[in-house]
Design a protein around this ligand. Structure first.
Ligand code: 6PG
Length: 240
């Protein structure tokens, strides 16, 4: 692993979530203090739900949450009110409990009925709105890790891995028999802080590969290219 990976491992899941929450709040508060706004790209999947609940309940007074803009690293090809929607998960576990105004949240609107390419273009415009056309620098991108080494919806052997121009891609994922919308490598490479939240035995082999400095699978390539922060439990961190 050529770039630095700052790994924080805890035995209890609650300690992992608390440590990650502390880190996020510190980074977001600093962004609000220094730039008047903080921008975070949220992770989807199952793992971050408990983290979002913790932020909404234990850290509701830790910063001006109305000065934070919430984006997404990726989204499933389902309506926003579908149980599998990353936006829905964040709305129920974070936005609504914190009373975040809807115009501070930026769903990666994707729906079977809608044209995904048009959604990706629209999200790209939304991102380039605050960067005068350049690659946006999120204050934090929060990510999970797939047991196949994917992050966001950058899965192994998928076309979006090679995307260097677009910030948002429609990524066909054969094993999902469909596509996902995902931010691309340049966005994650440009972020001020990249934070991985990884828990559970099933993530042990992919985390071990990253620790061993391999740089083949998507998350390995990101960790090899730039500094990353890892909040993991011992189940995931133990040697396979
Ligand atoms: C998604 C995610 C994806 C996720 C990993 C880990 O939409 O599924 O963005 O990249 O972070 O698949 O998922 P779990 O946290 O559910 O294990």
């Amino acid at each position: 692993m050529s770039a630095t990976a700052d790994i924080h491992a805890y035995t209890k899941a609650e300690d992992v979530f608390a440590a990650c929450a502390e880190f996020l709040v510190e980074r977001l508060a600093a962004a609000v203090r220094d730039r008047g706004v903080a921008r975070i790209a949220l992770a989807g999947g199952g793992t971050p739900r408990r983290l979002y609940q913790l932020l909404a309940h234990r850290y509701r007074d830790a910063l001006d949450w109305q000065a934070v803009e919430f984006y997404f690293g990726d989204e499933r090809n389902v309506p926003l009110d579908h149980p599998d929607s990353n936006f829905r998960m964040a709305r129920l576990s974070l936005f609504e409990p914190l009373g975040i105004q809807p115009h501070r949240t930026f769903p990666m609107i994707s729906d079977q009925q809608r044209d995904p390419e048009r959604d990706a273009d629209a999200y790209e415009v939304a991102l380039r709105r605050w960067t005068a056309g350049k690659v946006p620098r999120f204050d934090v991108t929060l990510l999970g890790l797939g047991s196949d080494g994917h992050f966001a919806s950058l899965f192994p052997d998928t076309p979006a891995l090679a995307e260097r121009e677009r910030l948002v891609a429609v990524n066909p994922v054969a094993k999902l028999h469909g596509h996902r919308l995902t931010l691309t490598f340049p966005v994650f490479e440009a972020a001020r802080d990249v934070v991985f939240l990884v828990l559970g035995n099933d993530k042990r082999p992919s985390l071990a590969r990253i620790r061993d400095g391999l740089a083949e699978l998507p998350a390995e390539r990101l960790a090899a290219k730039r500094p990353t922060h890892w909040f993991v439990d011992r189940a995931a961190a133990r040697a396979p």
